[in-house]
Design a protein around this ligand. Structure first.
Ligand code: NAP
Length: 203
């Protein structure tokens, strides 16, 4: 399959892209500094990217920032910028990408476990992640041409925990997390949210 991975330079996205290549898929690596340049927080940039690429079998998005911080410290901008950069960015990946995905192809978005298992100090992140998961379940029903839409909800990833100075706090490695994306891309599921904290073994 020919697959575009947005956020392919990141902790989660690079593991997904590398595993797809290892399984003999053709991978286009996209990000603000990737081989395919895009800023997902800009609708114009996303539309431009999809107009430049040839059709694909799958679109994966592993990009999008949301603001951490306790509720009473959060500014209006923390809410608005997080909605734009993580939620609407991925909503727009689907809206603008539909015409470039071949019949039966798929979208796989990324939320995060704080949607259902929050810690203190993550209300914006949890809100945005929950909205991505609700969007994925609902929007999957409206897609034409047997296109599929799923969401992967990762826990704190081991490599990220180590970078944050919290070694041992990560639930699974980026490589194990990546297996969920491959299962969804290569499978037939649609409208699902996969919580990867319970690790997945590829068939
Ligand atoms: N890591 C975790 O533990 C964890 C857990 C749960 C959920 N998540 C979620 O998973 C996603 C990926 O996390 P990560 O840890 O892999 O992040 P990361 O290591 O910071 O990588 C982010 C990737 O996305 C790209 N990117 C960032 N902003 C972008 C934009 N506006 N437009 C296009 N590309 C953009 C970055 O490349 P450029 O800088 O070149 O654009 C990079 O390739 C995030 O939404 C995060 O909230 C992560």
């Amino acid at each position: 399959m020919r697959i575009i991975v947005i956020g392919a330079g990141g902790t989660i996205g690079s593991a997904v892209a590398d595993l797809l290549v290892a399984r003999a898929h053709e991978v286009l690596r996209a990000s603000r500094s990737g081989d395919v340049e895009v800023d997902t927080s800009s609708p114009q940039s996303l539309q431009s990217m999809f107009s430049r690429i040839d059709p694909v079998d799958a679109v994966v998005c592993c990009a999008g920032d949301a603001t951490f911080g306790p509720l009473l410290d959060l500014t209006d901008d923390a809410f608005v910028s997080s909605i734009r950069a993580k939620l609407m960015a991925q909503v727009n990946v689907v809206r603008f990408g539909v015409s470039k995905v071949r019949d039966g192809g798929s979208f796989t978005l990324t939320s995060g476990a704080f949607a259902s298992q929050p810690w203190p100090g993550v209300p914006v992140v949890a809100m945005v992640n929950g909205a991505i998961e609700s969007f994925g379940r609902a929007a999957a029903m409206d897609l034409p041409r047997n296109l599929r839409l799923n969401v992967v909800s990762p826990p704190l990833i081991e490599e990220t925990a180590a970078k944050m100075g919290m070694p041992g706090q990560g639930a699974i490695s980026a490589a194990v997390n990546a297996e969920a994306y491959i299962t969804l891309i290569e499978g037939n599921e649609t409208g699902t949210v996969v919580y990867t904290a319970a690790s997945i073994t590829l068939a």
